[in-house]
Ligand binder design. Structure first.
Ligand code: SF4
Length: 500
């Protein structure tokens, strides 16, 4: 469906709003007046326009969809805003008009309203800087059409992010170490990395050599800039495709070179239960890892099989028990996905009930997001919004009953039904890395293929350094990547010291 924009160029905003509400129409925004041939042809289309005067702005959106039409006009009177704020209001008004016209014809009532971004709590934080929590919730529901329970969630999580930020200093950093290998590929995953044929795979050990070099150079650059690493996350892929010896080598490089804060949080994703052994857990403990993620995704064997996982529910429980036995002080996260093929609301509830009975410190509930490139992308439609909603609400009720509280959330572009991924914790054990990274509280410095460094500052502006996606390209570009590490030193040197 074509959408024509007049008097403005908010292509991305209008297209994302339409895409969120009308994905099957494949909306494409273009700048310029309505092509006269389109109304005459009877095809669906949208038209967004803006009129700005020194005193006010009016945004309108016309939609023709399936032979029906709707038009909405939204107005805003300026009251002394600076230019940046004016532009933000104008953009918001254009999206608001589009949202109202489209929802009138589709009957859609998305939980996150007009918000299409990845970080709803970021907007809530901006609001909290200007108004009390109650008003921020009202602004989210009134101006952005967010449902009250989601507005409360966003504000609660914004408060948690603000507390985390308050506890950090200008020299603090988070580090991400990427291992883009997995034992096999899950059916819902668009992961582009190689499959590790086994822990001794040549590719894997060559990658480890490169990664250790990069960790050493990064650690040196951070130390030279006076940086203080508060949280380090080894993710993937599946880092535990490495053997115990290889994991020890990786972590030894971290411990020797990174300027880790005394109580640095170190997390390793042991995602696939079929990769976890006592020797590997022991290596993690020996090198000071204090958190791991063991990801069952579901406790139904039928669902696991349909998802292309190579383990059973029982094996996931055994892997968890092994982690508890060998590393009793490790905080454990478990990931689950709502909306997997062959799952049902009852089955999902059973999975969450089983999870809470195991008492992991964290449980993260994802909504299935089928991206291009995943095996399921061709064969399957997203689960109905109502089914997903029932799964998520039931899961949330169980988690809250059992003392788990949400501590971070994010949304994805392809997420089913415009829902979200939510991390829950119990007993004050949130994974700080997730908050630092997702809420852009700290600069995130990345090592490894497919990883991205994001140097955020207090003014919320940031610079990105993106590494090559594939291990082979990463290896070829390694010297170039290492040469760029001086930028990290300069960035941290330019920042004031942490308060004593
Ligand atoms: S373990 Fe994770 S990264 Fe690896 S294939 Fe499965 S979903 Fe993708």
């Amino acid at each position: 469906m074509r959408i024509f924009l007049t008097n403005h160029s908010f292509l991305f905003d209008i297209e994302q709003t339409a895409l969120m509400l009308l994905p099957s129409a494949e909306p494409r925004a273009e700048i310029g007046p309505v092509d006269e041939a389109v109304p005459a042809s009877g095809e669906d289309y949208g038209a967004s326009s803006i009129e700005v005067t020194p005193q006010c702005v009016a945004a309108s959106f016309f939609l023709r969809l399936g032979g029906k039409c709707a038009e909405k006009v939204c107005r805003y009177e300026f009251s002394g805003e600076n230019e940046e704020k004016r532009q933000s209001e104008i953009r918001h008004l254009a999206r608001r008009a589009a949202f109202l016209a489209i929802t009138e014809l589709t009957g859609e009532n998305p939980a996150w309203g007009v918000l299409s971004g990845v970080r709803p709590a970021k907007l809530a934080r901006a609001l909290l800087e200007e108004m009390p929590a109650e008003e921020a919730e009202k602004a989210l529901t009134g101006r952005f059409f967010v449902k009250p329970e989601k507005a409360k969630l966003a504000v609660d999580l914004a408060k948690i992010a603000m507390e985390a930020e308050y506890d950090t200093g200008p020299k603090d950093a988070a580090v991400y170490v990427g291992v883009p290998f997995c034992p096999t590929r899950c059916a819902y995953c668009s992961f582009i990395g190689p499959m590790a044929a086994g822990p001794n795979s040549v590719k894997l050990s060559a990658y480890l050599t490169d990664l250790r070099r990069e960790i050493a150079a990064t650690g040196e650059a951070l130390a030279a800039g006076g940086a203080n690493v508060r949280a380090l996350y080894v993710g993937g892929g599946t880092p535990t495709v490495f053997s115990a010896e290889q994991l020890a080598l990786l972590l030894e490089a971290v411990k020797t070179n990174m300027p880790l804060a005394p109580a640095c949080e170190i997390t390793v994703e042991a995602g696939r239960p079929d990769t976890i052994t006592a020797e590997k857990v022991s290596a993690l403990v020996q090198y000071g890892v204090n958190r791991v993620s063991v990801n069952p995704q579901s406790f139904s064997d039928e669902v696991l099989q349909a998802a292309g996982r190579r383990h059973t529910a029982e094996e996931a429980i055994e892997a968890f028990a092994l982690v508890r036995k060998v590393g009793p002080n490790l905080a454990v996260n478990m990931d689950f996905i709502a909306g997997l093929p062959k799952d049902t609301p009852e089955g999902f509830v059973k999975s969450i009930e089983t999870a809470v009975s195991l008492r992991p410190e964290n449980i993260t509930v994802h909504t299935l997001a089928i991206k291009k490139g995943a095996q399921l992308a061709e064969s399957r439609q997203q689960e109905a919004r109502e089914t997903l909603s029932a799964m998520l609400s039931a899961g949330q009720a169980i988690l809250q009953r059992e003392g788990y509280r949400p501590y971070y959330l994010y949304r994805q572009k392809y997420m089913g039904g415009s829902f979200e991924n939510v991390g829950y914790e119990r007993g004050g054990t949130p994974c700080l890395y997730n908050i630092y990274m997702m809420e852009e509280v700290l600069p995130v410095v990345a090592c490894g293929a497919g990883a991205a460094t994001k140097l955020v500052s207090k003014s919320r502006r940031f610079e990105r350094i993106i590494h090559p996606k594939y291990a082979e390209d990463y290896s070829q570009k390694l010297e170039e990547i290492l040469a760029k590490k001086a930028d990290l030193t300069a960035f941290f040197q330019s920042r004031p010291c942490n308060a004593p």
